[in-house]
Design a protein around this ligand. Structure first.
Ligand SMILES: [Zn+2]
Length: 343
């Protein structure tokens, strides 16, 4: 089974070939003394012989049709396997949902990024592949972080968004009560051209929140642009993201620009609007881009006899999707956040 990977050094191809196979744990050493462990299909860990100060999780394909992050991770993995680059940090790469890569869809049965922090086992229980996989991904991340207590824990869960956006690249900073936000992390993301940060306001069942709350990782959901099929991504748009991730894993320290609020767009989530009834409908049309703003009292959506209005002087919207099951989020509303605790 592993001969294909040894010959081709293409981890994505190996992962897609083995979708229906049980991939047993496999460990080997590169000539540069990096230990490589394949933990499961789509899960690979690199451990340098010494000197690591960061434990880094890079995940992609939690939504299978979001191809740019998959290409970025696969390139890093393959260059590590080919030894054209050498990691200085422990890195766990996760290709989240290989089945949905193959079907070229966001998910097969259920949105995996609503299944973390135990949500996989509540309600319907472990009733589909995505729930089973989410539970396993939690275990791999837990084992990875808990093997080591002395390093900085980082998790970038890489995505692309369904809709075009006023701010092309943005990141969601999970809710972290009692912990200030990290200026270094925000400037690392800015170096990746991710110049817009959303501070989340409550616990969620996303992958990044899981790593943040369970392991105190600096964890983010990072949106790198718009969804495109394989081969149609303009990789030049990701040059700075790739450069920074490469530096992150191959250097002890990454050079960061000084924190400068004026170069960033900072928002906090004012509220999440959940669908109550089947007839939920937005008033804005489908071409409305992420981060479009509306003034107070503007009607954002209707359901039944109710009008859902803008309640603050100004709210911007992100991730609108009216085609979700009743009870789930249709949109996040945002307000400017100039005074968050960033240190
Ligand atoms: Zn996504």
């Amino acid at each position: 089974m592993f001969q294909q990977l040894m010959d081709d050094k293409d981890f994505l191809a190996f992962t897609l070939t083995n979708i229906n196979n049980k991939v047993p744990e496999q460990r080997f050493e590169l000539s540069n003394k990096t230990t490589v462990t394949i933990l499961d299909n789509g899960i690979i860990c690199f451990n340098p012989a010494q000197g690591s100060t960061k434990d880094i999780v890079l995940s992609c394909a939690i939504h299978g049709n979001e191809t740019a992050p998959i290409e970025i991770c696969n390139e890093l993995i393959n260059n590590l396997l080919k030894e054209t680059i050498v990691t200085k940090q422990r890195v766990l790469f996760i290709i989240g949902n290989p089945d949905s890569i193959l079907s070229q869809t966001r998910f097969v049965e259920e949105n995996m990024n609503r299944l973390f922090s135990g949500a996989h086992s509540s309600g319907l229980g472990l009733s589909n592949k995505e729930r089973v996989r989410a539970k396993k991904l939690e275990e791999y991340v837990a084992n990875f972080y808990l093997q080591n207590n002395s390093s900085q824990r980082i998790h970038y869960d890489l995505h692309t968004a369904i809709k075009p956006s006023k701010h092309e690249k943005f990141a969601i900073y999970p809710y972290r009560p009692g912990r200030s936000f990290s200026a270094d992390q925000i400037m690392f993301l800015a170096g990746c051209d991710v110049d817009t940060i959303l501070f989340h306001h409550e616990p969620t069942t996303t992958f990044s929140y899981y790593s943040s709350v369970q392991f105190k990782a600096d964890a983010f959901t990072v949106e790198l642009g718009k969804v495109m099929p394989f081969g149609e991504n303009d990789m030049l748009k990701f040059a700075n993201t790739k450069k920074m991730l490469l530096q992150l894993i191959t250097q002890q320290q990454v050079e960061l620009a000084p924190f400068d609020k004026d170069k960033l767009h900072l928002y906090k989530v004012s509220r999440s609007i959940n669908k109550q009834f089947d007839d939920f409908k937005f008033t804005f049309d489908k071409t409305t881009v992420n981060f479009s703003g509306f003034k107070q009292n503007h009607v954002l959506a209707t359901e039944g006899d109710t009008e859902i209005k803008v309640i603050y002087p100004y709210e911007a919207i992100v991730f609108p999707n009216e085609n979700v099951p009743v009870g789930q989020r249709t949109v996040l509303c945002l307000v400017p956040a100039p005074n968050e605790d960033i240190q």
